[in-house]
Design a protein around this ligand. Sequence first.
Ligand SMILES: *[C@@H]1O[C@H](CO)[C@@H](O)[C@H](O)[C@H]1NC(C)=O
Ligand SMILES: *[C@@H]1O[C@H](CO)[C@@H](O)[C@H](O)[C@H]1NC(C)=O
Ligand SMILES: *[C@@H]1O[C@H](CO)[C@@H](O)[C@H](O)[C@H]1NC(C)=O
Ligand SMILES: *[C@@H]1O[C@H](CO)[C@@H](O)[C@H](O)[C@H]1NC(C)=O
Ligand SMILES: [Ca+2]
Ligand SMILES: [Ca+2]
Ligand SMILES: [Ca+2]
Length: 681
Amino acid sequence: MQWLCVNGAERVETLMSELLLLACVLLSWIITCQSGPWRPCTDLLPLDLLSRVLPVSSRAQDGIRMVQSRGARGFQFSGSPQLFSFPASQLFINCNFFPAEFSIVFTLKMPQMAPEKSEYIFTLLEGDSDEPLLGLRLSQNKFQFLQKGHSSRKRITFKAVGLDDNRWHTVVLAVTGRYTILTVDCGTPLELVLEKPFPDDLDTTDSTFFIASKRRWNGLFSGLLRQLVLLPGSDATSQICPSSEPRLSALSVPQALLHLPIKPSSTDLPLHPYEAEVRVTAGVSPPCSHSEEGQLWFNTLKKGLFLCDGIMWLTMLQVKEKLDYVEDHQDLFTNSETFDIEVFHIPSVGLFMATANRDSDLGSGIYKWTDGRFERYQNISTYDAQAWQYFTVGKKKFLVVANCRSKDAGDQEQSVIYKWSSRKLKFIRYQTLNTHSARDWEAFNIQEETFLAVANHRQGERNHNIDSVIYKWNPDTQFFEVNQTIPTTGAYDWEFFSIGPYYFLVVANTFNGRSTVIDSTIYIWLEGMFQPYQSITTFGAIDWEMFQIENRVFLAVANSQMLTEEGKILYSINSTIYELSMTSQTFIRFQDIETNSALDWEYFTVGDDKFLVVANSYDGSSYSLNSVIYRWQGYEGFIPVHRLSTNGCRDWEFFNTTDGSYLIYSSARAALSKVLKLRTV
Ligand SMILES: *[C@@H]1O[C@H](CO)[C@@H](O)[C@H](O)[C@H]1NC(C)=O
Ligand SMILES: *[C@@H]1O[C@H](CO)[C@@H](O)[C@H](O)[C@H]1NC(C)=O
Ligand SMILES: *[C@@H]1O[C@H](CO)[C@@H](O)[C@H](O)[C@H]1NC(C)=O
Ligand SMILES: *[C@@H]1O[C@H](CO)[C@@H](O)[C@H](O)[C@H]1NC(C)=O
Ligand SMILES: [Ca+2]
Ligand SMILES: [Ca+2]
Ligand SMILES: [Ca+2]
């Protein structure tokens, strides 16, 4: 008790002294700027200098690239220094004096610098002068604060500050009176005492801020800059320290860099550590000199990869094909409405497609690609088929169908595995498995064992809260046997993926009997079973699509409808793309895309370009809607590039043959699927 009281009192005292300090700081500010009715020269808020030189409305801009490294993003500057400057008058709106007391916060990542070399984090230059009024300069193992006084020039040097070790660092430089205090990664402050206090009449009239340079190419900052903030009137240290991530502690970081928020690790899973150096945008040629030798540059405009040989950029890869437009290729009349299309290739036999058709009397179809078109190949009896999955076990080839009804009313519902007979050249019935309104089968391998997971949607008319089942191939019996059951909620889709040595399975939970606003769960394979890893709230989730771009891992959900417990229903809602954050080891929101009862996402690539196509099926009144192809733009995420009119669009599949790439989509409203050819230039 005694201890508690003392501690409490101490805390009050500290708070008081902080308030006092703040009052002093404000007071000196008032005195400094007072001429006429008092107003500070700038807003007394953190002034984010970096944001001021970023592309407006997050358009790609020449000479600046967003790079992700060691779990965080920063900007790399390679363009003309003029591009990254702005007049000081933008900040000093009420008068022209630089604050006498201030702090500067910056976060950077910098490879080791050559001896003799120095680079600027920013400078404030007056007119055409080359002498900074103020500036921050880095050189090997050294950090300098440059400052111009009345007639003299000062350089305050902090030695043995190793910021150039290729790791993220957050630095606060606080200037108050005679003191210049440097705090690196919330560590012990280094203090240097000036001969004279920082001037209270540093005039910024006619001067310009240059971010990452001193107006010239020479000394251009070559590392990554994530944060650069001027805080007039106070010391920012107390605002950002202590921090659970002192190297990335933030006062104000540009929005565009926050797609990868830094969260403390919530789970101790030893996720594969890897590094993603993603370079996205570069219109003009970045500098290529001795120091860039061996560096690669990906030119998104010209579609080429270039290597710097120390003098010039050498072309490494030829210009790749680009998607130009999409044209109708084949109208494919199916037995009935089609809920899923599965395209697969049987080596030395050919390319096939299976359609999962609604009508139980007509069954489902298998088609073979012949002379550039799909032709009917085999009919298979199915009962309100929802999905097909093709997979292999050793040399055996299988197709499994998700039947969502039984053959005769009242009978047990069964899904069926078919095996390819290389003698009959047909699929023949192999094994039946009891399922409950089955919606999807997912086949996958873990350490040379084959698994099959079924999404059981509903038991009887009402019960959505049932088990979905994972089966495992038994090499002795040569059949699939139950390996694990997982409670699911109106399950619609399973998606399996692996990242490094880890295996994941994610379920799309659609409906709990009352609402579609429920959690869908990602599972991870640990100790011989799938265990919950992360839950994400979804809105009638129907499909998960996992894809990787460079080293980044994404999961996109197709949200079909928002039905709340109060009975409100919406179809035009966001479907969301999540990205795996290496820092937090969880999937976090990357981009929201407005969709109309989205039922499927399909990821595909053409040349170097990456695309997502969504199946928009219903907007509350019409099924005739555009489905949309989005192209990956790096910095901007996915942007719409093509709209295709569809009717009750249910499923998209991408495939390629020797004569090109195709998309096929099915309709849940008509017995017509369409094959589209991707035209490239
Ligand atoms: C499959 O069934 C459809 C519809 O009943 C029929 O038109 C077609 O001839 C059948 N195809 C084969 C290969 O049996
Ligand atoms: C499921 O399969 C894994 C991998 O073979 C095995 O370790 C585990 O014991 C199996 N679980 C059951 C319940 O059979
Ligand atoms: C979709 O997401 C965007 C961006 O997050 C948000 O502004 C918008 O309100 C959302 N729309 C709907 C219908 O939820
Ligand atoms: C064709 O598609 C497959 C799988 O979708 C892909 O692995 C392969 O690289 C593609 N081939 C070409 C030439 O695009
Ligand atoms: Ca499909
Ligand atoms: Ca699936
Ligand atoms: Ca999909």
